[in-house]
Design a protein around this ligand. Structure first.
Ligand code: CA
Length: 525
């Protein structure tokens, strides 16, 4: 919002006793708020954009309500019109995981949405890809350099011959050796790698490059039967694996030639595929936020939530994640679970994560960043309330543990339990079978993934203007009254279908992508 616009404070719920300042650059002390929830209020302090202002006099110890939820308790008396910054707030204690309301709220059944389609690549197992990529799976980091050079050669020499293939992706990672591979928790990185190889955007063409002596052997990574798409074909069920230590390799060129030759077989099959019209129910959308500010929960995340409801109504799948960002909203999640068993699954995953954090002597409050706080988010309780809005309003149909893959019938709204770290969450959502990613940001991040298109949604118009060739959608228009949350949600839904059909996101246009980062709770040796 440009500074010549009238002063504006946004309140999220009629019961809230704070609102956030919407104007670019914030507002100076002495500003008289002309309209809305803060009408007549005089600012006692300069309040930065995205930060909270007290709408009434607050007593010491009083709950500070945003989204009608306590996001903190006043450490001292705070006069109306004051800047309510993080140093004035005591963070509320995390809700215990006992005696939670389990599946007590029955969200109204959403009307089915029919007639929406996209153009996708239908796989043998029924999943649908939004891109047609060759993936080269690796068992261990040791082979990463060789695979990188092989990928460059494939791009240069082979891809021009296979114009229907969108690209080749080396699935490099830091795992595979020097790790306690049988320790509790080690199953998470292993199954994550396995399931990423089977992401719908890779068309079921699994090829592996291994070293030979590593702990994570190819048949442990992908045991027979774990790559069902390939099993469906009549040909050899053996895993297609190039092993660098194989006696047959004499010299470096032999390794490279071996990988390139094997890639050719897969590229031929991928190149024969064409997009076809599929219902929107084939969407598997992962939603996430990163570099959040106080607008995340006002503009972008509510629009994503509306979009999530549209995808669920169309019969598709939406995953929301980020354990530390939903922990403070656990009551809202367990009560919205479709059944008590699903609510129990939420408690199990968040309880496991509490213990994981305790081992590191931290708790969920370690989540917030300096940028979050500069953007007006005082603490994790406030961040969580803005974060879970991304999940929309549907009942939570199921829960997915980290690194697991969605089953074909696992539709609707899914809580995929992952850390909130952008790269780790994205990596785990890829393993789950995500075919489009929606990512909201307030502070700004150039985040992208190679395996899957990432639609980036800006929470503020100022960011959207400055990062005009990085942000795909500007939800800041919601704060300015140009569009409603519903209109933003529909725009995003239509963009989802276009991107799923092959329209490139800005990150794809620039070939911007982050590394796969595995969640490994087990020890390194
Ligand atoms: Ca995140």
């Amino acid at each position: 919002m440009s500074s010549n616009r009238p002063p504006l404070a946004i309140r999220m719920h009629p019961a809230d006793n704070v609102a956030i300042i919407a104007n670019d650059g914030g507002l100076p002390a002495g500003t008289v708020m002309p309209a809305g929830a803060a009408q007549g209020l005089v600012l006692r302090d300069k309040v930065p954009q995205g930060h909270k202002v007290a709408l009434c006099d607050l007593a010491a110890g009083q709950a500070i309500l945003r989204y009608n939820v306590p996001v903190g308790y006043a450490k001292q008396a705070i006069a109306a019109g004051s800047w309510v910054h993080e140093r004035l707030l005591e963070i509320p204690a995390a809700r215990e995981l006992q005696d939670l309301p389990m599946a007590t709220v029955k969200p109204p059944l959403l009307d089915a949405l029919q007639g929406y389609t996209f153009e996708g690549y239908v796989n043998a197992d029924g999943s649908v890809g939004t891109r047609n990529l060759l993936a080269i799976t690796t068992t261990v980091q040791c082979v990463a350099g060789v695979v990188q050079l092989a990928v460059e050669r494939i791009e240069r020499e082979l891809l021009p011959l296979y114009p229907h293939v969108d690209g080749v992706v080396g699935l490099e990672h830091s795992y595979g050796c020097g790790v306690a591979i049988d320790a509790p928790g080690a199953e998470i990185p292993i199954r994550t790698l396995r399931h990423i190889s089977l992401n719908p955007n890779f068309g079921g063409e699994v090829m592996v490059v291994s070293l030979g002596c590593e702990k994570l052997q190819p048949d442990r990574l992908l045991p027979p039967g774990s790559f069902p798409i390939q099993d469906i074909r009549d040909e050899a069920k053996a895993l297609d694996n190039v092993c660098l230590q194989d006696d047959a390799h004499v010299g470096f060129m032999s390794m490279l030639d071996g990988i390139v030759a094997r890639a050719q077989t897969h590229l031929e099959r991928l190149n024969a595929r064409r997009r076809q019209t599929v219902p929107a129910s084939a969407l598997v959308v992962g939603v996430q936020c990163g570099g959040s500010d106080a607008f995340s929960g006002v503009t972008a995340n509510p629009a994503v939530g509306y979009m999530a409801d549209l995808v669920v109504r169309a019969g598709g799948t939406v995953m929301f994640s980020e354990n530390t960002e939903v922990r403070d909203a656990v009551e809202q999640l367990t009560s919205r679970a479709a059944t008590p068993a699903v609510a129990q699954d939420i408690v199990r995953e968040l309880g496991w994560y509490d213990q994981y954090l305790e081992r590191g002597r931290v708790d969920r409050s370690a989540n917030t960043t300096p940028g979050n706080k500069a953007g007006g988010l005082s603490n994790i309780a406030e961040k969580a309330m803005g974060s879970i809005i991304k999940s929309g309003s549907a009942a939570i149909a199921s829960v997915l543990p980290p690194g697991e893959k969605l089953k074909a019938d696992q539709k609707g709204l899914v809580f995929a339990a992952t850390p909130a770290s952008d790269f780790i969450c994205g990596t785990l959502q890829l393993a789950a079978g995500m075919n489009v990613h929606v990512f909201t940001t307030g502070r700004g991040t150039p985040y992208g993934l190679q395996a899957c298109p990432v639609i980036k949604v800006a929470t503020r118009s100022d960011l959207a203007r400055r990062w005009h060739d990085l942000m795909d959608l500007n939800a800041g228009r919601i704060a300015e009254g140009e569009i409603t949350i519903e209109e933003g949600g529909w725009e995003l839904f239509r963009m989802l279908l276009a991107v799923a059909s092959g329209h490139k996101t800005w990150a794809e246009h620039w070939k911007l992508h982050n590394a796969l980062v595995l969640f490994n709770p087990a020890p390194i040796t």
